[in-house]
Design a protein around this ligand. Structure first.
Ligand SMILES: [Zn+2]
Length: 66
């Protein structure tokens, strides 16, 4: 029996944008997609790697050379 184990970790100091609970946000990867979820309410959001990369650099990614 293959049980899918997802490592969830709390995001320190994170505040839920929905219920405003503090330290209730967990971060985990679901099928390779970064997902944040609130344990206090049903808030959840998935971030595609592309979006994460854009947020990290703040720039539009240029020509990709293999
Ligand atoms: Zn919440």
């Amino acid at each position: 029996m293959a049980e899918v184990k997802v490592k969830k970790r709390f995001v320190a100091g994170a505040k839920c944008p929905k219920c405003k609970a503090l330290d209730s946000i967990v971060l985990f990867k679901l099928n390779g997609v970064e997902t944040v979820e609130c344990i206090e309410c049903d808030y959840s959001e998935q971030q595609a790697d592309e979006q994460v990369a854009k947020q990290a650099t703040g720039d539009v990614i240029g020509v990709f050379k293999p």
